[in-house]
Design a protein around this ligand. Structure first.
Ligand SMILES: NC(=O)c1ccc[n+]([C@@H]2O[C@H](COP(=O)([O-])OP(=O)(O)OC[C@H]3O[C@@H](n4cnc5c(N)ncnc54)[C@H](OP(=O)(O)O)[C@@H]3O)[C@@H](O)[C@H]2O)c1
Length: 256
């Protein structure tokens, strides 16, 4: 077993829990972060059975003070993580003008601000030791304007842009940043976003496990951008060729 540690946010289910499994399968200890203590305990127990150590930090990361508290918690445990997976995030289906303003704030705080703060705190330490891996979970949504989930799509565009820029800033110090871009994936995401009846989530979707395994390999290969699945790679490549208002019309039709 190694003494390396990973911090995974949104580790109580879906892609985050599957990412935590990837670390455990490779003998890496994990700090698990999310709001649901019970689910975190279940994930932790599972990982411990594979012989790795775990720590749990229960927090609502949309609370602006929590990213720093998470960093302080990790420091208090004398853990210097080699890996950070900024995975916690959510979407909300509907018109921006009809959205709950508090929910919009929480989404931006979680998807954008918390992710940025955590990349800052842990990236700084990785830079000092000249080694580290950050995975920021973006989305294929990052490549499009997304009517009916406008804020979510825009938040993921931010994640993609930030990640590529930060990767360039840190490259010479041995720290890589990977923007993992899954397409629609089997998890609680669609239900949490009230988007499960849209065409985007119709049909058989890839599992969270397959996305995490792909993301884990991309992280180790220090790839700046990793789009999961050949169909998603094709669609995101075509997105760059379309005028943005045209792309918005297409996404609107699909998500209506
Ligand atoms: N599934 C998809 O189709 C899809 C596609 C592209 C990108 N993504 C991205 O993938 C990431 C993971 O999503 P998922 O598909 O695994 O969805 P999920 O099953 O809903 O998991 C979301 C995770 O984030 C945690 N979380 C949510 N709000 C939080 C908060 N305020 N503070 C701390 N933790 C919070 C949840 O745990 P608690 O509820 O316990 O807090 C859960 O562990 C997200 O960033 C999402 O945007 C998903």
């Amino acid at each position: 077993m190694t003494t390396s540690w990973a911090v995974v946010t949104g580790a109580s289910g879906g892609i985050g829990a599957a990412f935590a499994q990837q670390f455990a399968a490779n003998g890496i200890n994990v700090v698990l972060v999310a709001r649901n203590r019970k689910q975190l305990n279940t994930v932790a127990q599972n990982l411990q059975e594979q012989g790795v150590k775990t720590e749990i930090f229960v927090a609502d990361l949309s609370d602006p003070g929590q990213p720093q508290k998470l960093h302080q918690f990790v420091q208090s445990k004398k853990i210097t993580p080699l890996y950070l997976v900024n995975n916690a995030g959510f979407g909300d289906y509907g018109l921006l003008t009809k959205a709950d303003p508090q929910k919009l704030q929480n989404m931006l705080q979680l998807n954008v601000a918390a992710l940025t703060s955590l990349a800052h705190y842990f990236g700084k330490e990785m830079q000092k030791r000249n080694n580290g891996y950050i995975v920021n979970v973006a989305s294929t949504a990052a490549f499009f304007p997304g009517p009916y989930m406008a804020t979510y799509y825009a938040s993921k565009s931010y994640v993609l842009s930030l990640s590529v820029a930060l990767n360039e800033e840190l490259r010479s110090s041995g720290v890589s940043v990977t923007a993992l871009c899954p397409g629609p994936t089997e998890s609680n995401f669609a239900v949490a976003a009230a988007a499960e009846r849209t065409n985007i989530f119709a049909g058989k979707l890839p599992s969270s496990e397959s996305v995490a395994a792909f993301g884990y390999r991309a992280m180790l290969a220090r790839r700046p951008v990793a789009v999961h699945g050949w169909r998603n790679r094709l669609v995101t490549a075509l997105a760059g060729l379309l005028p943005r208002p045209q792309a918005a019309k297409i996404v609107r039709r699909i998500q209506a």
